[in-house]
Design a protein around this ligand. Sequence first.
Ligand SMILES: NC(=O)C1=CN([C@@H]2O[C@H](COP(=O)(O)OP(=O)(O)OC[C@H]3O[C@@H](n4cnc5c(N)ncnc54)[C@H](O)[C@@H]3O)[C@@H](O)[C@H]2O)C=CC1
Ligand SMILES: O=C([O-])CC(=O)C(=O)O
Length: 356
Amino acid sequence: MQPTSDVNQRVARISAHLHPPSFQMGETSGLRAANCRGKAGKHGFKVAILGAAGGIGQPLALLMKINPLVSVLHLYDVVNTPGVAADISHMDTGAVVRGFLGPQQLDNALSGMDLVIIPAGVPRKPGMTRDDLFKINAGIVKTICEGIARCCPNAIVNLISNPVNSTVPIAAEVFKQAGTFDPKRLLGVTMLDVVRANTFVAEVLGLDPREVDVPVVGGHSGVTILPLLSQVKPPSSFTLKEIDSLTDRIQNGGTEVVEAKAGTGSATLSMAYAAVKFADACLRGLRGDLGVVECAFVASTVTELPFFASKVRLGRSGAEEIYPLGPLNEYESAGLEKAKKELSASIQKGVSFIRK
Ligand SMILES: NC(=O)C1=CN([C@@H]2O[C@H](COP(=O)(O)OP(=O)(O)OC[C@H]3O[C@@H](n4cnc5c(N)ncnc54)[C@H](O)[C@@H]3O)[C@@H](O)[C@H]2O)C=CC1
Ligand SMILES: O=C([O-])CC(=O)C(=O)O
């Protein structure tokens, strides 16, 4: 594999020749522009997806194009955005789609955005941990966050790129250095853990997953993923065997998919679903809806660690309230200690990457 910086430089050179600062689908040819009376895109939020041509990015772009809260959708990647943006732009929904290709178009992709969703970076292959992705993804997240600090410092950021336990601290350090850090606006996306937990618990209880709510706290990797089965809604009891197997399956759901995909990637479709569920909650919060609560990995004082995932209330300025973990049973308290040990090292690794 070529180093990312080489690839970025080549893409930048090619895209500087081939493309203007952005290409708005439906307005790239004179004829189409002449026919365009500009009705779409007036109300709603401006959302950018970075890594939009990838396994998560494409279905995520599709689902965000359907979201009625989105008026403008910017699709940025270092490859293939012309095709993805052209394709998505033909959907007859309200959002105006613009594509951006390569680092030279990063700033235009980000300017004026209300919400930035980041699934940019390499995924796992069987046998790898999420931490094995740090080497490549840390630099990608750093570059993107420098762009956010320059161009849309007030945007809400939904960070998906792994390892989330380290990439969120990296983003925070970049924003701190730029003087733009607002802890309420930086959210690591752990929604897939909740989505999986709801599904697996519903299976055991014989319920519809839509009726089930499982808080998942901690982080987004192995033992740091801590489902609180004692707080499941509707209130339910489990045998120790059920607790063991549910906890193990929720903690290793990502690996289950990586192994089933056998080298072709990790969760993309369920992740796009989870990302949209979370992004929609952020947009409803921005709109001023009351009582929007989801789990996310955020700067936190809920434990002694500087970052932790727990339920947060989403409002006009992002994560406006961070809820405590609530009563834990003995099993969960033991899990919390294990989670904190691993999380602490992952957070430190992210911070050190920027502070060096
Ligand atoms: N938080 C979570 O729950 C989950 C996180 N992930 C993570 O999401 C990330 C993306 O996964 P996939 O979409 O499956 O990977 P993918 O390889 O299919 O797509 C990643 C995309 O990022 C793009 N990219 C690379 N460098 C970039 C840069 N500097 N700027 C913008 N875009 C860039 C690539 O060109 C590619 O299109 C991985 O790190 C994966 O581990 C995956 C599933 C769940
Ligand atoms: O497991 C992976 O590498 C991708 C991921 O974060 C997940 O599916 O939860």
